[in-house]
Design a protein around this ligand. Structure first.
Ligand SMILES: *Cc1c(COP(=O)(O)O)cnc(C)c1O
Length: 357
């Protein structure tokens, strides 16, 4: 038998979350963001669950080609554009839409002869200072691209740095308005947070990622608790050990947790080499044998320990949910000082994935 750890990906939840995206932005078309192997859910799985999307957005040319090979004929957007001029050959061959964020990419486009003109997303740096043209450089880049015979359509794109925080989108929206004045074409601005909370950003295309997977862009599950978004991934395992620990006993590496009164503890077949966060401290919520309880001590590579006091009937073989419907992935992430994004995309290849239809 394989280790009892398994990740279930709920395709109906993906489809349902996409319909909730559309309810928030009825007039916009949707790029479903599936970078990093569909935020760790598996590209093939998310492609199946998100058949009704308008397009898929990702970073890696190989993932784009994989989507074509499994049969996706619709739009695919390369969010970071191309990395080398030679990539344009595949962009042309597989009919990909690409971001342009730098002058060298405009030069590279100018020097090719594609089978048909390409759709281009011109990236504006509106304040995140990661990728894109400055507001001053943008109009020239737009004019240069719009003159090229290699270019079919031109869309203005930017990315928000604080759409999930009190700062919001106002300052960056002002840059978009100013830099984009007089540039006629579609706009594509909103990530999940802006899709949920800033309708003024929706434009013609939106780019939701994390909300499709049923987690909160802010890291606080309460922020989406009334949205109807459903968790897509459930990470489950089983108890493989039960120990009666006497008062004063210490648990796990470094003995970080000490038992004050004799009690039963359980060992779960899940560790940081499966993608569970090693920094999850004692007290991180976990669901064992139908009850909410907590982790104890330091997470090991292949195992973690749990408090069995709330679940007196738990025994070897009892079911454990690390995250899913009962324990939100956002809760585990915030206990560990990180975000659901990191946990999802860090699910290890050794964890078997099962699709739920
Ligand atoms: C990852 C990403 C998104 C999606 O962000 P979420 O917060 O997951 O909705 C959108 N746009 C770009 C450019 C991205 O890199």
């Amino acid at each position: 038998m394989p280790r009892p750890i398994i990740a279930t990906v709920d395709l109906a939840a993906l489809a349902s979350n996409l319909s909730i995206v559309r309810r928030h932005a009825r007039c916009a078309r949707v790029w479903s963001v599936v970078k990093a192997n569909g935020y760790g859910h598996g590209l093939h799985a998310v492609w199946r669950g998100l058949q009704k999307t308008d397009g898929f957005a990702l970073l890696d040319l190989n993932e784009a080609i994989l989507l074509r090979n499994i049969g996706w004929l619709g739009p695919i957007l390369l969010l970071e554009g191309f990395f080398k001029p030679a990539d344009l050959k595949d962009i042309d061959r597989y009919r990909l839409t690409t971001v342009v964020h730098n002058d060298w990419q405009i030069d590279a486009l100018r020097s090719i002869t594609p089978h048909a003109p390409l759709n281009i997303y011109l990236k504006l740096n509106s304040g995140m200072n990661r990728l894109g043209f400055s507001d001053r450089a943008l109009p020239d880049a737009w004019q240069a691209l719009s003159k090229l015979k290699q270019v079919a359509t031109l869309t203005l794109m930017t990315h928000f740095a604080y759409a999930d925080m009190p700062e919001g989108v106002e300052a960056q929206m002002a840059v978009v308005t100013r830099a984009g004045a007089g540039l006629v074409g579609p706009r594509c601005l909103a990530n999940s947070a802006a899709t949920l909370w800033y309708p003024e950003t929706h434009g013609q295309w939106i780019r939701p990622g994390i909300m499709l997977y049923g987690a909160s862009p802010s890291g606080d599950w309460q922020d989406i608790s009334t949205s109807g978004l459903k968790p897509v991934m459930t990470l489950q395992s089983e108890l493989i050990a039960v120990q009666a620990v006497p008062s004063g006993g210490r648990i796990g590496y470094g003995g970080r947790h000490q038992i004050s009164k004799s009690q039963r503890i359980g060992g779960v077949a899940c560790g940081y080499a499966d993608g569970y966060p090693r920094h999850a401290p004692t007290g991180t919520p976990i669901f064992v044998d139908g009850f909410r309880t907590r982790t104890l001590g330091t997470v090991s590579m292949d195992m973690l320990m749990v408090d069995l006091q709330p679940c007196p009937l738990a025994r070897i073989g009892s079911k454990v949910e690390l995250w899913g419907h009962n324990i939100k992935i956002d809760e585990v992430a915030s206990a560990a000082g990180t975000l659901s994004y990191e946990l999802m995309s860090a699910i290890a290849p050794r964890v078997a994935v099962r699709l739920r239809y």
